[in-house]
Design a protein around this ligand. Structure first.
Ligand code: NCD
Length: 340
């Protein structure tokens, strides 16, 4: 039993130590037969997840919901602000008091930084942060780091000594904010930050990364910055966070990666990651589709890993890690081509 997770909110990656990360990852490994539908478990039968997404989402919302379903629980969901009484002036606190009476755990995404913590403070059940404005996205950073661990293991390496380049909108991108905080927990990490000067990683995050002993370089030049790294982590211009959308347009398409650039500049086997969605409009195209045949493109392994990580988080927070297998059975049906 892990007392630290049981009943806890998961609001920021700053609440984790290195041992916690390892614990989450090893539990995620054990979720594979369930995520692959080779086995089914009813361990969360009767439990309800309140999946509250006040901002656009595909992966995070559906994978939190699917992860809960795969553990045998039910999902009740609300999408957008318009359908909720928040538009009638109800406070986040009142909303939290009410919704936590209907759920055993809540996942929440909201456009304002700090709002999920505010909601959690009034909730009677654990709240998992599915992204609060440009602040944090803890489950994404965990699945990213889990993916990094797996990809590096395939190359006979660990996370210590990692060389990673983060590219794009590092100012507003919450995934890179959370990931950079997690990287503080490791040894000898070299982080290269590539963005237009106006979209730099917030200086306090850069300072904290350096203070943890990591080497950090900042650049505006993509080609020079992807030459000697293990991972290139690309991100989307977060247009919804800009005060003025035209300004966002002016940054789109400046830092594009395609197969020709990869072949010319990257070491063989450099892993390409992106939290998704990648902006595939012609004027942006930050990660060209011609990379889709590149075996080092890990973006869909990231999304598959997200299911495992979110299952692990639910199992920990609801304290059923050691009961998952006890409530398991074989599945009688078969899904072809599930190459997870
Ligand atoms: C990211 C997000 O919402 O922060 N997506 C995700 O959750 N996988 C990144 C983005 O929207 O660009």
């Amino acid at each position: 039993m892990c007392v630290k997770f049981r009943g806890s909110h998961i609001l920021s990656v700053a609440q984790f130590e290195r041992d916690d990360i390892q614990r989450i990852f090893r539990i995620a490994d054990r979720m594979e037969p369930y995520a692959q539908r080779r086995r089914a478990t009813r361990v969360l039968e009767g439990a309800i997840l309140g999946n509250m997404f006040f901002e656009a989402s595909t992966r995070t919302r559906i994978s939190f919901g699917s992860a809960f379903n795969l553990l045998g629980g039910e999902v009740r969901e609300s999408v957008g602000m318009d359908s909720l009484s928040l538009v009638k002036g109800e406070s986040l606190q009142d909303t939290a008091r009410v919704l936590s009476g209907f759920s055993d755990v809540i996942c929440m995404r909201h456009p304002l930084a700090g709002s999920v913590a505010e909601f959690a403070a009034a909730s009677r059940v654990p709240v998992l942060n599915g992204g609060d404005g440009s602040n944090e996205h803890p489950s994404q950073a965990l699945l990213d780091l889990y993916t990094i661990e797996k990809e590096m293991a395939g190359r006979g390496r660990g996370i210590d000594g990692l060389r990673i380049t983060m590219v794009g909108d590092l100012k507003y991108g919450r995934t890179v904010h959370s990931l950079s905080k997690l990287l503080r927990l490791f040894e000898r990490v070299h982080v290269v930050l590539v963005s237009p000067p106006e979209l730099r990683m917030p200086p306090p995050l850069v300072d904290e990364l350096r203070a943890s002993g990591q080497r950090v370089d900042e650049s505006e030049n993509l080609e020079a910055s992807i030459a000697h790294v293990d991972i290139v982590y690309s991100t989307r211009i977060q247009e919804e966070r800009f005060p003025d959308r035209e300004q966002a347009d002016s940054y789109r398409g400046r830092l594009r990666l395609n197969q020709a650039i990869y072949t010319q500049h990257c070491e063989p086997n450099t892993v390409i990651m992106h939290p998704l969605p990648r902006d595939s409009r012609a004027e942006a195209n930050e990660l060209d589709r011609d990379l889709d045949q590149n075996p080092n493109l890990a973006i869909f392994r990231q999304t598959d890993n997200g299911l495992l990580i979110r299952m692990a988080l639910f199992a920990l927070v609801l304290d059923v890690v050691d009961l998952v297998d006890k409530y398991a059975r074989e599945v009688p049906w078969h899904t072809p081509n599930r190459g997870v």
